[in-house]
Design a protein around this ligand. Structure first.
Ligand code: ZN
Length: 121
C-alpha cells in the first residue's frame, strides 16, 4: 500500500511538472512551423491553435494535407508514392524537419519569438 502511495505521489508530481512546463513554454507559444516547398518558404503556421485544424498544400507535384495541433504538426494525407511524410507522424519544436521528398516539401518546427530564452524574467 505504501508503495502505491509513493507511485501515486510520483505521478502526481510528474503531471504537475508537465503542466508547469506546458504553462511556462506553452501559454501563447506553441512554436511555429515553417513550410517550405523547393526550399522556398510557402507558409508559416503558428502552432498555438486551440482547436486542431487541417489544410491542404497543393503543388504541381501533388498534395499534402497537414494537420495543425497545439505545438505540433503532421501530414495526415498525401498522394506521394512513398507516404513517408504521413508515416512520420507529428513533429514538434526541436524535432528533425518533416519531409516529403517527392513533393519537395519540408516542415520545420521551431519556437516562435525565442532565442532569447531561458532563465526567465
Ligand atoms: Zn510524402
Amino acid at each position: 500500500m505504501k508503495t502505491d502511495m509513493k507511485w501515486a505521489a510520483f505521478f502526481a508530481a510528474v503531471c504537475a511538472l508537465c503542466a508547469a512546463a506546458l504553462l511556462l513554454r506553452g501559454g501563447t507559444d506553441g512554436g511555429r512551423a515553417v513550410i517550405k516547398i523547393d526550399g522556398e518558404v510557402y507558409s508559416v503556421v503558428e502552432l498555438n491553435a486551440a482547436e486542431p485544424h487541417e489544410f491542404d498544400i497543393k503543388t504541381e507535384r501533388g498534395y499534402n494535407r497537414l494537420r495543425v495541433e497545439k505545438g505540433r504538426i503532421s501530414v495526415v494525407e498525401a498522394d506521394c508514392p512513398d507516404k513517408l511524410c504521413v508515416k512520420r507522424g507529428s513533429v514538434k519544436a526541436g524535432d528533425l524537419p518533416l519531409v516529403c521528398l517527392p513533393h519537395r516539401l519540408t516542415v520545420e518546427v521551431g519556437k516562435s519569438g525565442v532565442d532569447a530564452v531561458a532563465g526567465g524574467m
